[in-house]
Design a protein. Structure first.
Lengths: 385, 1488
């Protein structure tokens, strides 16, 4: 076998470093990232090696490995040197997407195009964005309202996940919360867009959303997606955003603690909770969703083998939700197995990507008889009677 | 303890805190140099971490064998005082004169009395996890950390007081009786209960058991231990006579006290309080009279508690047992009627009023006087008396307490059809015990809650119904329960034939006629602590004081009243020392506690029980009881059952006394060696420790490997006892982690080596085992370490450069799966039987407090802060620090630091040396020459240790028959002080001239018995020892006859040898106090200053014409200090020091003599000088490797690190890209060792380059980055600054080319590709090589070199700066590569070691040495070659070998080597051996 001949490329290395990979030289190649990467539970990915390539500038920008990362943050959480590994992945993708320095998966290319054109990954008309709410009469947000509900593109356009938005709206209505939606004025939050390296598109989406919020007089946003939550909380403020954001499980937990959330129906089911990466590891919210579930009468909360900081990703982050993953290599399948192992009748979560991925694996693993994937808000809605 | 002050107010004593290997070294060096030492240790034994190890790297010597003699040496040293179980409390004073207050925990065993026989452990019922065995084995509460522990005395492990004990109002010790029961000791358990609780059986049934409420198992896990039921079981079994091993406390009359008391005591009321008080006082010898209006004793317990709860017979038995103990019982005597209270007070010197509360409280409603309204107490008394009052069909009981439940259930049993309980609140507020309510419900009793009686409706004569009003609960009242309020207009009638009010009781206090103060609720006022009433001499307790309460509380009052009365009559303070609550045990670790649910007490079914008075609750079976008792978590560890006290024949154990005491020590200096704490692997649950049984820490595995470990060295996994075939080590657990939670930006320095060591040990024993070590960088940087690593690789140990971040357990076999990516880039999932976590070192617990108390600083990781140029000094003067307390390091470095710290203290206390040490003076020695041997034989029982197997009296009789034995005797403990006196007495009385002790091992005890000889005026070498414990009673435990026979044979052999023993004498040598230091570099100058500062004349010889050595070439240091400035300061000090003479351009010509008395000749500037000196320090240094490779010398852009450093310092360096190559000339075939400093040096220079010009690209090509210990921070910093580190492999070294541009090409194993870097400069990190001149010095001074031509120390671990022969020491890089800090440390250590000789006036040589039979010696020289000490040489004239008597250590290697048997060893000569063999052979022949 001939050995590949490579040369250190300082220019590329500097470009990568400058695009968000500043911490890549901190790596001392212990491989804890590679150990923890969920890809190695199903196939293969070696973040340690990728970091090494990045800091030497010998990254092959055509290589698909750069697009495999689901930005689940397990590696970052375990890195003893606190290297921003996701930042490194994003930096390389930025080179590819932003500067056209390489090829990348078609599915992602198409999706980014859709978002650029229609402000949603489905490529559907922006006019249809509020269609989901029509039957249940959600009013348009006005400045005197307490809360803006931001549904995320997936529930807004994807019929399979629409239930997230409708059930949460139902809950809020029953609680008598004054809330509304921005409807067609809102755009994709851009979180995954940025992770896919399209910095410019992200900035334009974010700026537009921030402007829309400002005009509507939004002070508090409740979101269904942990991805929206993450970017609103951590990335939007850099672009001038000034509003409070809560994930709906945080909001419901707060209401439950205040004694405002009350239930009339028992749900006698064994429920396991899957921590979405962007709510858990990225945002540190582990207890609120569990608190909400536990406050529902009848529910027996069981825990999966990997939970909280150790939770296994559904595989949908970092743009992977738009990419194709071979059957047998999907992380969501591991989660279904784990849920079966603990005898869960319901696998509850609170992220549209997770629901999409898990629902899909439930079918491919033929477990739809045994188990149901549900959004936390659905259970709350049901128990409120 | 005030110290003798030296001439300048300084104290000639020092405190060493921590008795690990470093602390012990410091203590020994100090004491040898004339400073009195207090050695403080937290544990019960000295030894620190090393005693827990199996072997030490890289020589794989047995750690215990290596450290054992040192433990004994410290323990026996005349001028080292060990203070174990102690911690520093506070410090005051100034350098040279400190007062340190020490807090010493009670050991509960008298160190002087305990002989370490271990008999105490045989009766201890407690089994607790052994900390020494890393929780892999159990030990008793009375324990010794390990057999070789020093002091050898046992200790009792106490962790406060168990909560169950504290909770019991009567002061019963449930922890003890539960533990004893678990060990099958029922009678002992009963005795424990009986001590505090004369009503064991009663309380086992009706107690409300507050002990169970407080039980940690209940609080921390689930369901408390069923303590009450166990007490019942114990008393039932005991009363049934099934366990009466001997007469118990209950049965036997108490021994009469030495002085019976005459003061008479009256007790009013024969209930539990009165009887308990009577019993206690009778036991103290007081005449006690108990008055009670009832015909029998027992009070309410006897009269009202129904039979189905408490069988009558039991009450009678327990009451009668008390009354049998010399107590006068006046029954049917009502005080106030039959005798007035005033008379009572007159006739008796003290009175205890315990009349109880037997009046039923009235309902106070209309109709209460109607027939059919019967107070509950009346009903219960009637029933208990065997009468059956007719209650009719419908009975209504009013009230919610236990009496109400008793009344209701009794009514049912008396034939009522329907029983209803009316209670005004709801069930949750009911005061009755919940189980009583449940049982009542089961039996069909109806409950009417929230109803209060308003009136009794009658038919004119008899009650027919109870009229109630409904209630609702309002706000909580004072009792915390919600207050019931009537609902207006809600009245209703409950039809009833009988109405039983059970709403409370009160005391009948009419008899007092107002003499005592009473409270508003009708009780007597008494002091809560002493129970004294308003009238002196009158005490009151039980329900009459507290209102209706429980039996345990009444018993508690009885005890307290007895104490008060005794004190009152003895005119003592009533309150002193009373009422203190003991400290509750800390929460036990429940992680590993077996989860088992509480045994369910069985009951008769409601059908079986409700119509009769049979006891409802059934007894536990033996199995149930023991299983339940085993659930006890043993919170306080020692349960204080005092069984150990009973067995100890030396009377060394005492459980009484304070838990700790404070001791003031006056010392001149303090040396801190507080050690470290192993990283707690449970902090990383993802690695499985604490979750998966087959994930162990490396220290646990070390114990598994150790022959002294829990499995005697048999390698197995503790979970299933099976031999593991595949093991994985995970490195860097608790090291090299900068995440905020961890703050471990340092390397623990030792883990790579210890993991490799464990792997090698495993492979040596089981070569088929597959061992994988997962690591980041292999850091085998010490002397001899790289070779060790090479050996491990050759043995097939797999080193995998990958750090797994989680471990998965496989259900079923509980193996562990690790996923990793291999060298080829494939993801692998591999399964292992055991996973070992190589845990790092963290700062010792309590470091922060220690630093605060002493006022010195810690570094950012919590270790002691030191300076590179003052590595053993804290930030406070006069307080020195050493070992891992200063940062992670291995044993040899800790030992080195131990000595180094000593030299600093010696300089400080130079004038006070010798002022506080003592020498022993012996009587003049008796000349025994020409006498026939007169032998005395002493045979030791060792408690039961020997005597329980060997027939000691028979052995003694046998010994008397042996030739020349004029005396033989048995001793309980031969090593005790009184035995020593006995021996001296016998030696004189019988004019003995030989002595034999047959006991344990000479290793620990021979010096003690030799001491006895010397004190009796005999030469100590006329002593002989026979080891009959290890060799007879221990190894032949199960064959006592054979053991006895063997004992006789061994003693016979000893006698035959003893006859031929000769007196031996050591040589006394006057010490020359000058010292010679060879080498004027950093090491030589440091050593010279350290010696001269103590006042020793020091001659420093330097080969070149300038001082400073290699340090001259270092231009900056990692910590930012300027080395040249420090060097200049040091040179100034050396040159100006009045005690240092510096000679430049010197050449050593000749050196002769030995320790204390050397003579060395050298040439300086053409002149020849001769120096007489007592010690010599070799500090000759080493050189930088001059590379042949990588275009060095051919291209000016290729340079070494030192050359780069020079250019950087001069500002002559400029480049855009720099590539550094590590391991140039190191870790390869020609020089297989690691040069240790090059990685840090490269990091240092890279940081400098980036600092001078931040945009410079720096690449460092390395094999393993070895920035050990705190150097890791700088490695981190370099990466943070953008320095790129890339790995290369040994067999694919980089190629440097200069075709136009300079480039480095190498194989990158992570990329699996050849990588080229175009660069401006290539810097070679060259290794350290030894000086060729070392050979000459080595030959001249007769000291050894290793294979790499570096000087070789006497012992890698314990004698790191010594040469085998005394008086010669080594330091600096002539010993091995090391950095500035390590060089300074080692130089100070060498100076300290030399000081131990130079401080003495005289030294004594060994006495048991070799001698040459000049007639036989042929001068072949084989002995000269074999002697490790250089003690033999060939006489150039006589052509035979001669022994340098002051150098010989008596090891005997020469005698074994000599082909012509010309070398003999004194007192171990062939004739003696043949005699012994003959003696043994004769014995064998006779037996056969």
């Amino acid at each position: 076998m001939t050995i590949e001949q490579l040369a250190v490329d300082l220019e590329t290395a500097d470009l990568i470093r400058g695009s968000g990979a500043e911490t890549c030289t901190l790596c001392f190649q212990c491989a804890q990232c590679s150990s923890n990467c969920p890809w190695n539970r199903v196939s293969h990915l070696d973040p340690r090696r990728m970091l090494h390539k990045a800091r030497l500038g010998v990254a092959d920008l055509e290589d698909e490995e750069w697009w495999m990362c689901a930005t689940c943050r397990t590696c970052v959480a375990r890195c003893p040197m606190e290297v921003d590994i996701i930042g490194v992945m994003r930096a390389v993708r930025r080179l590819v997407v932003g500067y056209g320095a390489g090829r990348y998966p078609d599915s992602i290319r198409v999706t980014l195009k859709s978002i650029a054109g229609a402000s949603n990954p489905a490529g559907e008309s922006p006019d249809k964005r509020a269609d989901w709410s029509k039957k249940i009469n959600i009013p348009a947000f006005t400045a005197d309202m307490e809360v803006l509900y931001f549904s995320c593109c997936v529930p807004a356009y994807d019929a399979k996940v629409r239930r997230m938005a409708t059930s949460l709206s139902g809950v809020l209505q029953k609680l008598g919360i004054s809330f509304g939606i921005l409807g067609t004025a809102e755009k994709c939050c851009g979180e995954s867009v940025r992770k896919c390296g399209n910095e410019e598109l992200f900035t334009s989406l974010a700026t537009s959303n921030i402007e829309a919020f400002k005009q509507a007089g939004v002070k508090k946003v409740v979101v269904s997606s942990p991805h929206c939550y993450y970017t609103f909380k951590n990335e939007y403020p850099d672009l001038g955003a000034q509003f409070e954001v809560m994930h709906y499980t945080q909001y419901l937990a707060q209401l439950a603690r205040e004694g405002k959330l009350k239930f009339t129906k028992e749900i006698k089911k064994k429920v396991a909770y899957h921590d979405p990466c962007y709510l858990g590891r990225h945002s540190g919210v582990y207890d609120d969703p569990r608190y909400v579930l536990q406050s529902i009468p009848g529910i027996e909360l069981v825990e999966l083998a990997n939970i909280r900081e150790d939770s296994i990703c559904c595989g949908g982050g970092g743009g992977r939700v738009w990419a194709e993953t071979k059957k047998g290599e999907r992380f969501s399948e591991l989660r279904i197995d784990q849920a079966v192992d603990v005898g869960a009748e319901i696998l509850a979560t609170c992220c549209p990507y997770c629901i999409l991925m898990l629902d899909d694996s439930l079918l491919t693993k033929n477990k739809e008889e045994a188990m149901q994937i549900m959004d936390v808000s659905e259970l709350v809605h049901e128990a409120m009677g | 303890m005030s110290g003798n002050n030296g001439s300048n107010g300084k104290v000639g004593a020092a405190l060493v805190v921590g008795a690990g290997i470093g602390g012990m070294q410091a203590a020994l060096d100090l004491a040898e140099a004339g400073i009195k030492v207090y050695l403080l240790e937290r544990d019960t034994s000295i030894g620190g971490g090393m005693v827990r190890l199996d072997k030490t790297f890289p020589t794989n010597d047995c750690a215990m064998c290596t450290i054992g003699p040192r433990l004994v040496g410290v323990g026996r040293h005349l001028n080292i005082e060990m203070i174990t179980g102690a911690d520093v409390e506070k410090v005051s004073g100034e350098p040279g004169n400190y007062t340190v207050t020490v807090k010493k925990k009670n050991r509960w065993v008298d160190i002087d009395k305990c002989k370490g026989c271990g008999d105490c452990t045989k009766n201890c019922p407690v089994k607790t996890d052994s900390l020494f065995q890393q929780l892999l084995a159990k030990e008793n509460a009375v324990y010794r950390m390990f057999p070789q522990a020093v002091p050898g005395a046992f200790a009792v492990h106490k962790e406060g007081t168990s909560p169950c004990r504290i909770a019991c109002p009567a002061g019963v010790n449930p922890h003890a009786y539960v533990t004893l029961l678990a060990a099958g000791k029922v009678q002992e358990a009963f005795d424990v209960i009986y001590q505090a609780m004369p009503f064991a059986g009663i309380c086992g049934r009706v107690c409300y058991h507050p002990c169970e409420t407080e039980c940690y198992r209940g609080k921390l896990m689930k369901e408390p231990v069923s303590i009450c039921a166990l007490k019942r079981y114990i008393s039932d079994e005991y009363y049934a006579g099934r366990y009466a091993v001997n007469e118990s406390a209950e049965a036997k009359q108490p021994p009469l006290p030495p002085e019976p008391r005459t003061e008479k005591i009256a007790i009013v009321g024969a209930g539990p309080a009165g009887l308990t008080c009577a019993r206690d006082l009778a036991a103290l010898g007081y005449p006690v009279t108990v008055f009670d209006s009832a015909p029998d004793g027992g009070g309410m317990v006897r009269r009202v508690i129904p039979d189905y709860r408490l069988p009558f017979e039991l009450v009678k038995r327990e009451v009668d047992a008390i009354l049998r103990k010399g107590i006068e019982m006046r029954s049917k005597t009502t005080v106030g009627k039959d005798i007035s209270f005033a008379d009572l007070r007159e006739q008796y010197q003290a009175v205890f009023v315990a009349v109880g509360a037997q009046l039923s409280t009235k309902l106070d409603i209309p109709g209460e006087d109607l027939e059919g309204v019967i107070p509950a107490l009346t009903l219960l008394e009637e029933s208990n008396a065997g009468r059956k009052p007719n209650l009719g069909d419908k009975v209504v009981v009013v009230g919610g307490g236990n009496v109400a439940m008793d009344a209701a259930r009794t009514a049912l049993r008396l034939g009522a059809e329907e029983v209803t309980v009316v209670y005004r609140r709801s069930r949750t507020e009911m005061p009755a015990n919940p189980w009583e309510i449940e049982e009542a419900e089961e039996e069909g009793i109806k409950f009417h809650y929230l109803a209060a009686p308003v009136s009794v409706k009658g038919d004119g004569k008899k009650a027919v119904a109870l009229v109630c009003t409904r209630m609702r609960l309002g706000e909580p009242d004072k009792s915390g329960r919600r207050r019931p309020e009537p609902i207006p207009g809600s009245e209703m009638e409950i039809p009833a034939d009988s109405i039983i009010p059970a709403i409370g009781q009160a005391s009948d206090l009419g008899f007092l006629r107002g003499t005592l103060e009473t409270s508003s609720n009708g009780t007597i006022k008494a002091d809560s602590l002493t129970l004294q009433t308003s009238v002196a001499g009158v005490f009151a307790g039980g329900d009459v004081v507290g209102g209706p309460a429980s039996i345990v509380e009444a018993v508690g009052h009885g005890h307290e009243a007895a104490i008060s009365i005794d004190r009152y009559l003895s005119k003592l303070d009533l309150k002193e020392g009373r009422g203190k609550r003991p400290e509750v045990s800390p929460e036990p670790d429940t992680k590993w506690a077996v989860v088992r649910s509480r045994v369910a007490e069985k009951r008769l079914s409601p059908e079986e029980r409700k119509a009769n008075f049979r006891e409802v609750v059934l007894p536990l079976t033996k199995e149930e009881a023991i299983a339940e008792a085993e659930r006890c978590l043993s919170c306080a560890v020692c349960c204080e059952c005092r069984e150990c006290e009973k067995t100890c024949e030396a009377k060394a154990i005492c459980h009484d006394g304070p838990h700790e005491e404070l001791i003031d020590l006056n010392v001149g200096a303090v040396l801190l060696a507080a050690g470290y704490k192993l990283y707690d692997a449970k902090v990383k649950p993802e690695l499985g420790h604490g979750r998966y049984p087959n994930v162990l820490t490396a220290l646990q595995f070390e114990r598994i490997l150790a022959p002294t470990g829990p499995f005697s060295g048999h390698i197995c996994r503790p979970w299933d006892g099976k031999m593991p075939h595949k093991l994985a080590f995970l490195q860097c657990v608790g090291s090299r982690d900068v995440s905020k939670e961890a703050n471990l930006n340092y390397c623990s320095s030792v883990c790579c080596m210890y993991a490799t060591k464990q792997a090698i040990l495993l492979k040596e024993e089981h070569p088929e085992t597959d061992v994988a070590i997962f690591y980041i960088d292999m850091r085998t940087f010490g002397k001899g370490y790289e070779g060790f690593y090479d050996r491990a690789k050759k043995m097939g140990i797999r080193y995998i450069r990958f750090k797994p971040s989680y471990v998965e357990e496989i259900p079923g076999n509980r193996d562990l799966r690790i996923r990793y990516i291999n060298e080829g880039g494939q993801t692998i999932a591999e399964e292992f039987n055991l996973v070992i976590l190589s845990c790092g070192m963290g700062p010792a617990e309590g470091n922060t407090e220690l630093a605060k108390k002493f006022g010195f600083e810690l570094n950012e990781f919590g270790f002691c802060k030191t300076d590179m140029f003052a590595p053993v000094e804290t930030t406070r003067e006069g307080i020195y620090s050493l070992g891992v307390f200063n940062g992670p390091k291995d044993i040899s470095e800790s030992v080195t630091q131990g000595s180094a710290a000593v030299v600093k203290a010696l300089s400080l206390l130079a004038d006070a040396k010798g002022t506080m040490v003592r020498d022993k003076v012996y009587p003049p020695e008796r000349d025994v020459a020409g006498e026939d041997a007169r032998i005395g034989v002493f045979i030791c029982h060792c408690g039961k240790n020997i005597a329980s197997v060997v027939d000691v009296p028979a052995v003694m009789e046998y010994a008397k028959t042996l030739p020349n034995v004029v005396y033989a005797e048995n001793l309980l403990y031969a090593c005790s002080a009184d035995s020593g006196e006995r021996m001296k007495h016998i030696i004189n009385e019988y004019a003995l001239n030989r002595m034999i002790v047959a006991s344990c091992t000479p290793r620990t005890h021979e010096p003690l018995f030799q001491e006895n000889m010397k004190e009796a005026g005999l030469n100590p070498y006329l002593f002989e020892m026979a080891n009959i414990r290890d060799q007879c009673s221990w190894v032949h435990t199960n064959e006592p006859e054979m053991a006895t026979k063997k004992t006789k044979d061994i003693i016979k052999m000893a006698v035959h040898k003893s006859r031929l023993r000769e007196p031996l004498y050591s040589k006394v040598i006057d010490v020359n106090h000058n010292c010679l230091v060879i080498g004027g570099g950093l090491a030589g100058m440091t050593a010279s200053l350290d010696l001269a500062n103590q006042g020793f004349e020091t001659w420093l010889l330097e080969q070149s014409d300038i001082l400073g050595g290699n340090l001259r070439r270092l231009k900056f240091l990692l910590d930012g200090q300027d080395p040249q400035q420090r060097l200049q300061e040091m040179i100034q000090k050396v040159q100006n020091h009045p005690k240092i003479k510096v000679f430049m351009k010197t050449e050593i010509l000749k050196s002769e003599g030995s320790v204390a008395d050397f003579k060395t000749e050298f040439r300086c500037n053409g002149e020849i000088h001769t120096l007489a000196h007592g010690a010599v320090i070799i500090a000759t240094g080493a050189e930088e490797y001059k590379p042949q490779e990588y275009l060095y010398g051919q291209n000016e852009k290729v340079m070494t690190q030192l050359e780069l450093e020079d250019k950087l310092a001069k500002g002559e360096f400029a480049a855009n890209t720099v590539v550094m190559i590590q391991c140039v000339g190191s870790r390869e075939e020609a020089r297989p060792y690691c040069s240790r400093v090059c990685c840090s040096q490269a990091v240092k220079n890279a940081l400098k380059i980036r600092k001078l010009k931040p945009e410079t690209n720096v690449f460092i090509l390395y094999r393993d980055l070895r920035t050990y210990a705190f150097n890791e921070q700088h490695y981190y910093k370099a990466r943070e600054k953008g320095v790129r580190f890339i790995r290369y492999e040994e067999d694919k070294k980089p190629a440097v080319t200069a075709d136009g541009t300079l480039a480095v090409t190498f194989y990158d194993p992570l990329l699996r590709a050849d990588l080229t870097i175009n660069t401006d400069v290539v810097v070679l990190s060259t290794g350290t090589v030894s000086r060729p001149g070392n050979k000459v010095i080595a030959e001249m001074l007769r000291v050894p070199l290793n294979q790499d031509n570096f000087f070789l120390e006497a012992h890698l671990k314990l004698r790191p700066v010594d040469f085998p022969a005394d008086g010669l020491y080594v330091c600096g890089i002539g010993h091995a590569p090391k950095n500035v800090e390590e060089t300074i440390t080692q130089a100070s250590a060498a100076a300290a070691r030399a000081s131990t000789i130079l401080s003495k006036k005289q030294i004594q040589s060994e006495a048991t040495i070799s001698y040459i039979d000049e007639e036989v010696c042929r001068g072949c020289g084989q002995c000269v070659a074999i002697c490790a000490y250089g003690a033999l040489e060939l006489d150039p004239v006589k052509k035979i070998a001669i022994v340098r008597e002051t150098v010989c250590q008596g090891c005997g290697a020469c005698a074994a080597t000599c082909p012509s048997k010309a070398i003999r060893h004194r007192n171990w000569n062939p004739k003696q051996f043949f005699e012994m063999i003959e003696a043994a052979g004769y014995a064998y022949a006779k037996r056969g």
